[in-house]
Design a protein around this ligand. Structure first.
Ligand code: ACM
Length: 663
């Protein structure tokens, strides 16, 4: 057979193959191998799923029915794309690694120790073909030539997750399947499905039909951002029937994606309480709220009937989702209803619980035990450790009498190094979804593609055995302000590709310039598939980007001059330790913007940290986050901020100073 010239005969552009995530070892040879009609895929019975998947990918090149099963004579044609399992490869590649070899004469081998590895080899293979392979009907003149190459590859982390919040806006099965396809192509393996929250319950539970009859529907939705008084005036709702969930679970499994369902509790419970008021501590009649932000209703942690219901719910959840982990939420509990409850007071007395954080841990441990009884492991956001992430624990009363059950997976999203340490020192397995680095609802100003790409889920300063407990990362598409699929795709793509590479590729091999180059090939495929990725990646901040910062002070026109001047602001008593503190100037209203050129941190009047940048905070916000590195913290002195500011062609601006840390 005549060897074909590969499109890469003078090397891969930028030196790396157009593959995301970048494989660990690549060696490019000379020439190419063309895949043509009549070629067949050979695979043993245990790789039937992978062979069919590859056949669907290669349909434009191979035509129909290209799979030759081992031991079955498919008639004419050559078996030149071989899928193989070799358990002897386990040590070198793990279950998800693979070896891909393309030979100019003999064709293609994809080998792995398990089906997942072979599947990922196929994802690499498809990216080595021209992007038009993604088209349902590609132009007729494309030659499907693979470069001669040897690739050996395996992932850095075992947990490479994408989360979709469908409570806030229901997107539906077609969109979920589209996302699963893209996750699979990027070798992501956990779909974290946020199915319940205050604004909607989206999973059918047969024993409690009102959860979806009532809880899946709301009459209105807040629009225009946090604290806005604007509403859409439109009802919204939807849910997944159990049969559709089974279908989606199978669709994901065929792509080696495990679904981790999140059934949130004890907070974020308004939709559940709207359906069954007795689930809540107050037993109040409420409606599913259309307002976003943190709500008060909570599951009653002192009620036998509530625990029984949770057990029944998890019976059905565990039956639907065969994956090893069930997420119980646990974030942002507002404790007011518990504080006001005599039942909760009696529970605390009976169980020796001292703080609200202890009550949450007691509740979490009971629910986690039920999840364990059903053969699964519980996971929750890092509030389940009992820290005070939001100032909701009055007098900073963190957990003191209760300890989170040891097998629970901690989903770290907020709280900086102190809270991360709490998880690590407690001996828990951790998935790192630090909001400042991984939240897809934040704009590209707050989390640029480069920042997403630079994220390292491994916390600094861990011993080798501690490092093993960092399972990997998640990236989260929260849904409050993304009513449409178009808006969602803009937020998700292309950053999801950066997170895929973070989860897979060893840090020493990562290179942002190379990633950008490879992303162009990826974007060509998204283009063909009609995926609305962010082409401009507008770098301006959005107000919502600072939702997880606390407000420490505000500025008003009285403080703003036409010329540069220095103004002092309070830290709101929030500067609680050494580390990096981020302070954002967030414009709220007024006809003109504020400009800021420096921010200093004063300890007892003496400057101890400083950041300089040219920030602009108006309807458009640029570079408005200042980073202050405090080396040592003195609890006995006052910390103040001093900013150099001026009005931008007018002095009538208003805004908030918002802070987070220590990072
Ligand atoms: C979260 O963002 N509330 C986990």
């Amino acid at each position: 057979m005549m060897p074909f010239l590969s499109a890469y005969s003078s090397g891969f552009p930028g030196g790396d193959p157009p593959v995301i995530p970048l494989p660990q070892e690549v060696s490019l040879g000379e020439g190419g191998f063309a895949v043509v009609a009549g070629h067949l895929i050979e695979a043993p019975p245990e790789l039937r799923n992978e062979a069919e998947h590859l056949a669907a990918i290669l349909a434009p090149a191979l035509g129909a029915e290209p799979v030759r099963r081992e031991g079955v004579d498919a008639g004419e044609g050559e078996g030149v794309i071989r899928l193989e399992i070799d358990e002897g490869l386990l040590e070198e590649f793990g279950g998800e690694g693979y070896e891909l070899r393309v030979d100019a004469e003999e064709g293609v081998w994809v080998r792995g120790a398990a089906a997942a590895g072979v599947f990922y080899g196929i994802q690499t293979l498809r990216q080595l073909l021209p992007p038009e392979i993604a088209a349902a009907e590609p132009p007729g003149d494309v030659e499907w030539v693979l470069p001669v190459v040897e690739i050996r590859d395996r992932p850095r982390f075992s947990w490479r997750a994408f989360m979709l919040d469908e409570s806030r806006y229901f997107k539906g099965g077609d969109e979920v399947r589209r996302l699963l396809d893209q996750m699979a192509a990027l070798k992501m393996n956990v779909f974290h499905w946020h199915l319940t929250d205050d604004q909607g319950w989206r999973i059918e539970i047969l024993k409690y039909p009102r959860l979806t009859e009532v809880g899946a529907w709301r009459s209105d939705s807040q629009i225009g951002g946090w604290n806005s008084e604007q509403y859409s005036g439109e009802p919204h709702g939807g849910f997944y029937a159990q049969d559709e969930i089974r279908e989606i679970v199978a669709y994901a499994a065929a792509r080696h994606i495990v679904i981790v369902p999140e059934i949130g509790m004890p907070g974020h419970a308004s939709a559940a309480v709207a359906a069954y008021p007795w689930l809540g501590t107050k037993e109040e009649e409420i409606e599913v709220p259309g307002r976003f932000g943190k709500h008060e209703p909570t599951f009653n942690p002192a009620s036998k009937r509530v625990y029984e219901a949770i057990g029944h719910i998890f019976d059905e959840v565990a039956e639907l989702f065969p994956g090893p982990v069930i997420h119980l939420g646990g974030d942002e509990v507002k404790f007011n209803h518990w504080r006001e409850s005599e039942e909760v007071a009696a529970l605390m007395e009976r169980e020796g619980l001292e703080t609200m954080a202890d009550v949450q841990i007691y509740f979490t441990n009971r629910v986690a035990a039920m999840i364990e009884e059903r053969g699964r492991r519980a996971m929750g956001w890092n509030e389940i450790l009992g820290g005070d992430l939001h100032g909701f624990l009055q007098d900073g009363q963190t957990a003191s009498a209760a300890t989170l059950a040891p097998g629970t997976v901690v989903h770290f999203w907020k709280g900086g190094t102190n809270e991360a340490r709490r998880a690590i020192d407690g001996g828990y397995s951790v998935v790192n979804s630090n909001h400042s680095d991984t939240y897809l609802d934040y704009g590209y100003g707050r989390i640029s593609l480069e920042r997403a790409y630079s994220f390292d889920p491994m916390f600094q300063g861990l011993s080798p055995s501690e490092q093993e407990r960092i399972l990997g990362l998640g990236t989260q598409m929260w849904g409050e302000w993304i009513p449409t699929v178009e808006r969602m795709e803009y937020q998700v793509y292309p950053r999801i590709a950066a997170y895929a590479e973070v989860g897979w590729t060893e840090p020493g091999r990562k290179n942002f310039a190379s990633f950008r180059e490879r992303l162009a090939a990826k974007a060509a495929r998204w283009e063909i598939l009609g995926i609305g990725y962010a082409r401009d990646q507008a770098t301006a901040y959005q107000r919502g980007d600072f939702f997880n910062f606390v407000e420490i002070d505000e500025w008003t026109p009285e403080q703003v001059g036409a010329e540069w001047g220095e103004v002092e602001f309070s830290t709101g008593g929030r500067l609680s330790g050494a580390g990096i503190w981020e302070v954002a100037f967030v414009y709220t209203h007024g006809a003109h913007a504020l400009e800021i050129e420096s921010l200093a941190l004063l300890e007892d009047g003496r400057e101890v940290a400083r950041d300089e940048r040219r920030a602009f905070s108006g309807n458009r916000m640029n570079d408005v986050v200042f980073r202050l590195a405090l080396e040592t913290h003195n609890p006995d002195v006052e910390y103040l901020l001093r900013a150099r500011i001026r009005g931008s062609e007018g002095t009538d601006s208003h805004g908030e100073l918002r802070m987070q840390g220590p990072l």
